[in-house]
Design a protein around this ligand. Sequence first.
Ligand code: ZN
Length: 226
Amino acid sequence: MTPREYCKIFAAEARAIPDFGAVPEIIPLYLIYRPANTVPYATIEEDLVGPFERYCVKERDGSLAVQSSSEIAQKCCAFQHWLYQWTNGNILVTDMEGVGWRITNVRIATKLKGYQGLKESCFPALLDQFAAAHRCNRYCEILGLKSLESLQQPAKPKGSKSPSLGRKAPSAQSSPQLQKKGLASPQGTRKGAVSPKASRKSTEAGEAQLAPKHKALESDRSSQLQ
Ligand SMILES: [Zn+2]
């Protein structure tokens, strides 16, 4: 589903709530063919007439920002929260700007591989950033959204810093290079603070995790040879 389709579902839900009022709409993009142009394909939007405003956007430094406290901006934030919850923390709309209630230029961050044909996850860190930075407004409350803190909590007692760390683990296991990278960086930056013993321990733990895999491979091979 595209952000526009998600937004339609959101709008349907919001309209069912008497107190919610107007709902932002993501306007469609059209693809046009311009053979005479150096870039033959272009996307065009319906004409947006009026002052262009930025509501919830991604800053140049990569941080998420809410640009205004208007009703529209608050509802855009509520839509971000709604979509985040609806997709179990897998999809975030990162840019919402436009004219009045008509939103355009939306971008998406996702942890899902294969979303909209994407081969890799796309700015996955932004989803965690959103979960930490989002402050619920009255429209989140009207929609009955769960606070993001409560969504995050189940992973905390286990000692991992954030749910994303826990979720990243399986992919790190499948590629040993990534895992080593992750281990190496804290050692490099905190050489003085971490004792060599501790860092050795962590590499051993990393190797130990991989060991069963090798064994399995070897036994496969030997059984094939016999
Ligand atoms: Zn919220």
